[in-house]
Ligand binder design. Structure first.
Ligand code: PLP
Length: 343
């Protein structure tokens, strides 16, 4: 893969902003280089633009190298940066599966980049021929999502890799829910696929949606591009500090994941027994997609009961379906209790 052929010309030629903290790295005593205020430590200082300490910890956890990690303000940041780096507005295009996470479309629309949707099969699997058929010489990125939102299933590894083998551009696999399906990550494949980007996040299994921390894993050439075009100080000090703290507590994260998977299995069994439930789709994530006889009606009823789920009824292949996040046992019981009142 020739990365420069895929990159937009303006990005190839871009001279990135050079911050004070980029130009000097070392252990000086007096910092008079960045027009910071000497008072109100430690928040008076600009954060590390490349978040080296956080990346070192993540590298150990993910068995990779810090050079293969980009950190962003949520996964939404690398999604947007990838589109801006590779897709010439009005000319280039992106291909995604349908249904999937809504942010790819929004980010493409904001950049004025065409997004082509390729339907999953009825059982929510990839259709490789259709995906490759939708690509042309201006297709720079294919976005996959596994486990997929809102369907909950993981895509087959072999199918995703077949796509990466046969597509000339970059394949982005969004693994936001991968901690609920640990054996299924494509991370070990990164070294064999220079055109692969894997997105993960602290927003789901790590319980840190509020600190806005997303990860992209890729070969150094792609990581360098993302670092070149990001806002210089894209992750603030509070986020970096909180992430360091959390990364030392990974045992509680494993405990949460175990509990949530057990709750999901319980909910799956109990939900299918309701007379108005048609189907509970298999899930590798922390939510269930549930097909019902009258999903909008049930959605509205639950809102009146003070319980909010996601109505996905207007989404392709998700007619009459609600996406239900797995909460703690009290929250899940509240949902079940409300549904019981309907029978
Ligand atoms: C929740 C979710 C994310 C997380 O986005 P952040 O910006 O990291 O909070 C990413 N991708 C998918 C598919 C999601 O469902």
């Amino acid at each position: 893969m020739e990365l420069n052929k895929l990159l937009r010309k303006n990005i190839q030629n871009l001279k990135p902003y050079s911050s004070a903290r980029d130009e000097y790295t070392g252990d000086a005593m007096v910092f008079l280089d960045a027009n910071e205020n000497p008072f109100n430590e430690p928040y008076n200082r600009y954060p590390d633009p490349l978040q080296k300490m956080v990346k070192e910890k993540i590298a150990v956890l993910k068995k990779t190298d810090a050079q293969h990690i980009f950190l962003g303000n949520g996964s939404d940041e690398p999604i947007d940066l990838l589109i801006r780096a590779f897709c010439e507005p009005g000319t280039d295009n992106i291909v995604t599966i349908d249904p999937t996470y809504g942010m790819y479309q929004v980010a493409a629309d904001i950049s004025g980049v065409e997004l082509r949707k390729v339907s999953l099969t009825d059982s929510f699997e990839l259709n490789i021929n259709d995906l490759l058929g939708a690509c042309d010489k201006n297709t720079k990125l294919v976005f996959l999502c596994s486990p997929n939102n809102p369907t909950g299933n993981s895509l087959r590894k072999e199918a995703m890799l077949e796509l990466a083998n046969n597509f000339e551009g970059i394949v982005v696999v969004d693994e936001a829910y991968i901690d609920f399906a640990p054996g299924k990550t494509l991370l070990p494949e990164l070294e064999h696929y220079p055109n692969l980007v894997i997105l993960q996040t602290f927003s789901k299994a790590w319980g840190m949606a509020g600190i806005r921390l997303g990860m992209a894993f890729a070969g150094t050439a792609i990581i360098d591009v993302l670092n070149k075009i990001k806002y210089p100080y894209n992750l603030n000090i509070l986020t970096q500090e909180k992430a360091m703290e959390l990364l030392d507590k990974k045992v509680s994260v494993q405990k949460w994941v175990k509990l949530l998977i057990a709750e999901r299995e319980k909910m799956e069994k109990l939900l299918v027994d309701f007379p108005f439930v048609v189907k509970v789709y298999p899930s590798d994530a922390n939510f269930l997609l549930v097909k019902m006889h009258d999903a909008p009606g049930i959605y509205n009823y639950l809102v009146e009961e003070g319980i909010i789920v996601r109505n996905r009824s207007t989404v392709h292949l998700c007619a009459n379906s609600l996406r239900i996040t797995i909460g703690n046992s009290e929250e899940n019981e509240a949902l079940l209790g409300a549904l019981k009142k309907l029978i």
